[in-house]
Design a protein around this ligand. Sequence first.
Ligand SMILES: [Zn+2]
Length: 187
Amino acid sequence: MDSDTVRNDRGMKVKSATLTPGYWIYVCPCDFQYSVCRVDKTEGKWLVYCFKCKQSNGKYHKIMVERIEFSKNWNGKLNGDSFTTMRLHDPVKYCVGAVKQIYLKGIWKGNARIIDVKRIHLSDINLFVSKLDMGLSAEDCRQALRAMYKHRPVNWETQLIDLCLLEYLKESKEPGLFPCQEGEVRV
Ligand SMILES: [Zn+2]
């Protein structure tokens, strides 16, 4: 990513970035949630600017179609059109618009797009979340999450969890159509 300073229409100095074709997510330190944007041809017109906090210290990250592994088909959720998953917070991995390859015990189930992400703490897991996501009580769901990440030094008091809502792409074998959504950073 190249970065440069340009002036916008009003003569205001704003940093801009040159992005190559593909899918990108703008991540701002203020944690405002942007959606994935699709870039068709290399252009240097992408603003490095956050509409929420008015700062220019965010960064664009290129995103690829990545695998998400499931060890168990909790609540049979992977058989439906939409499902949720809870993962340790990662604003590049778990952002609205990203497409994931869904694998259950190493077997591909299809490709799904993240259509919403709620950032929560372990203590925020309630019955609505736990039953739909895992078919468990809230406390059993919390225990299951602790067990999943037992080899990582996680402070569950402060650790953010990305509660992701995913939807399978109808043409699963041909991923790549990300709708550009309002609110994303572009000129
Ligand atoms: Zn910001």
